[in-house]
Design a protein around this ligand. Structure first.
Ligand SMILES: NC(=O)c1ccc[n+]([C@@H]2O[C@H](COP(=O)([O-])OP(=O)(O)OC[C@H]3O[C@@H](n4cnc5c(N)ncnc54)[C@H](OP(=O)(O)O)[C@@H]3O)[C@@H](O)[C@H]2O)c1
Length: 225
């Protein structure tokens, strides 16, 4: 089965933070960049986020432009890409936007340590895959997604999921919008958190493009394997 094309898109402050030390959803880029992100979403089969992002931001993860949604349906695609969450289901709000906003397909990858009753309740509204004892097995997750026919997957953070995806070697490209702000704070989430890599194992990148959208720079890189 062919591995889907996987790309990360994140917005960060100049000092590499995805949010402030309050770890709340904040506006980092600008309207032009939101339109670029909307186009990326419209071109994806699925949008993936980590469990902390769902717990904190409860994102809608939809294509905002009616025109782009219309173009998707004209191609025989669902109006919106599927929404994917990876991690613990403890803090998903059953009445929240991730699960309920729009008619998108919902897919959850979680682990054996989770509550079986909540898994059963979630299965009324989402596909739930239990992969791994303590930590979701990323390679198996991508195999499942390939099996479901997903060809293009957009990863939208947070920093822990970004790191795990990069470290797994499955990411093809990464796009970063740098907002003209500095947040600071050693506890603020960064573009790639997790355990970190020694220098010799650093993920190598090749720059493939740069765009200036008003006061935001968007940097694009291919991941060298
Ligand atoms: N600026 C942006 O573009 C952007 C985008 C998204 C989010 N954010 C911000 O980022 C912050 C959240 O980032 P975050 O790093 O705390 O969380 P995250 O990446 O959203 O979620 C991380 C969680 O995913 C779970 N997980 C599932 N499978 C995993 C695996 N194989 N390996 C490791 N973790 C796995 C772990 O929790 P479990 O214990 O649940 O398994 C982990 O704690 C928020 O402040 C949010 O607002 C910013």
């Amino acid at each position: 089965m062919k591995k889907p094309f996987i790309f990360i898109n994140s917005a960060m402050s100049l000092d590499g933070k995805l949010s402030t030390c309050e770890r709340k959803q904040v506006k980092i880029s600008n309207t032009e960049d939101f339109e670029r992100v909307d186009r990326l979403r419209a071109g994806a089969d699925a949008i993936m986020v980590g469990s902390n992002t769902v717990a904190i931001d409860d994102p809608k993860l939809v294509v905002k432009s009616g025109e782009l949604r219309k173009q998707r349906t004209a191609k025989g695609l669902p109006e919106n890409p599927a929404k994917i969450m990876v991690g613990s289901i403890k803090r998903i709000r059953m009445d929240g936007d991730f699960l309920n906003y729009a008619n998108s397909e919902k897919i959850i990858f979680t682990t054996e340590k989770e509550d079986k009753t909540k898994i059963a309740a979630l299965r009324k509204n989402a596909k739930v895959y239990v992969l791994g004892k303590e930590k979701t097995n990323i390679n198996e997750m991508i195999d499942v997604l390939a099996g479901l026919g997903f060809k293009r997957i957009m990863v939208e953070g947070g920093g822990t999921l970004n790191y795990e995806m990069l470290e797994s070697g499955l990411v093809d490209e990464i796009y970063v919008a740098i907002g003209p702000k500095i947040f600071g704070g050693k506890d603020a989430p960064t573009l790639a958190d997790g355990e970190g890599l020694p220098y010799e194992k650093a993920i190598k990148l090749e720059p493939i493009g740069m765009e200036k959208l008003g006061d935001v720079y968007v940097l694009k890189y291919k991941i060298l394997k």
